[in-house]
Write a protein that binds this ligand. Sequence first.
Ligand code: DON
Length: 591
Amino acid sequence: MTQTFSRLFPRFFMSAVVSLFLSAANLFLCGSLTAQHVLTPYSYSIPKKALVSHGAVVSAHPLASQVGVSILQQGGNAFDAAIATQLALAVVYPAAGNIGGGGFMVGHLAAKSATAQHKATAGRDIALDFREKAPASATRDMYLDAAGNPVQGLSENGHLASGIPGTIAGLFAELKYAKLPFAKLIQPAIDLAENGFVITAEEARNLNHDQGYFKQYNTVQPVFLRTKEWAKGDTLVQKDLAKTLRLIRDKGAKGFYEGETARLILEEMHRGKGIITAADLQGYKAIERTPSIFSYKNYSIVTMPLPSSGGVVLQQMLKMVENQPLAADGFESVKAVHLMTEVERLAYADRAQYLGDRDFYSVPVDTLVSPAYIHSRLALIPARAGNSRDIKAGVLSPASEETTHLDVIDAKGNAVSITTTLNGGFGNKVVVGGAGFFLNNEMDDFSIKPGIPNMYGAVGTEANAIAPGKRMLSSMSPTIVLDKGKVYLVVGTPGGTTITTSVFQTLVDILDFGLSTEDAVNLPKFHHQWLPDVVYVEPGFSIATQDSLKVMGYTVAQRGSIGRTEVIKVLPDQRIEAVADSRGDDAAVGY
Ligand code: DON
């Protein structure tokens, strides 16, 4: 496990730490993006905050946020803007923005925005699951050798690591709530791919970091691989991706799951001994699920149900702290961090034991979030450091982490929170030859063997074992907080298993500690996930609190950045405050 973490952390988090120092240098590249249709090459600034009256988009890239806002300005609603932003991210943020991956959307349709088309659904919350699925010929032990041991890297890199992509099916399912023609929403992404865009220092670093993998896992040389190092200011042009996006524009989801793009995916699978078939692609469906909705104090929390663990884990954690004097204890105080760490430990122990795709495994969700169960778990919290050897998942009666996040709000009060991913940075490192996009390595989110940690250190059991057609358990937790039925906060982040603890802390920071949005986003976070039994803290986390935690018996370890949290908050005077995480190139744009 230690090996897994040391392998992982430099890759995903140390780069983010470095970016903390370097992002200041990126703040003002030059000029700004204003054109409705994009011109080439782009240059841009990276705005971290928008305080506006009409609508806002926060995403991992300034060009993508700007594309979303320009769609709002052209009369699109939050769903239109989210679709356009997601597609732009697939071009300008290839490490995580994607068409070869999957994700989740949580949306809120404001009652007052009811149009004839949307009347029946106005004033409601939506959860959309476009998570990848295991291919039909996937088997439970497919990443184990003959002796039953995991084959190093097999679920992480290369063709076999990819689940069936869900993003394009997800985009067309989102379109049901949008107003503008799809062709208009995808055009900025096509233009960015066709004409190219200027990369930032962080993008150059990410691309340079994975050159060895690109070389190793690609049979057709992708544009991302080159002999000269990538540098800030270079222009990245993606002609193959532009062609694929045009097919999707002209043929809809069939432009991806059938025809030319499907043929290129199948040829890629053939070259790399992958197992995704034409039937797998044709059979993929995004699923609208009932969102997980629960109260926290006077608010309604709307978040993602299974196959994201987010809904259950976030509800357990918030409910355990709801009646505790967190505000009096104070942000980063030993008492507050102790309580929140123990709550995280308890929730992640249940995650490992019970959570998986409900379409394949019976998960006792109602029991896990019931007041009686929450109460019984809370009673287990010791005065000093708990120990994960002593904490197991609760005994229930028989009856019973490179990703990217975006938030959008429009002038009518509709909101969208989307987390989407290839899993690791650049997914399985394979670019579909001739089609120009990376495939995911989401199969690693399954429990490939009970007790064997995945790349985020998460362990699992039967509930999350591999089965054909099953969706792998996720931590992605796109969330919307409603106050008296209206959007108050839109929140989410990447970060593997740290996603749910980051969303938990961001909500508590704002709702209990009364932190400003910027502080809730940018001040150091911490993370505990049951196993390993370690409190991970970000650089800058109070040394005094760390020392006190150690005296209480905790193992505390400093690590790289935790997530890249994006928050939109609606102020009492109805202005919109959008804040982008300073840990990366993330940008908040509004009007
Ligand atoms: O679904 C999940 O939980 C992971 N595949 C997310 C991966 C992630 O957030 C990586 N980003 N840092």
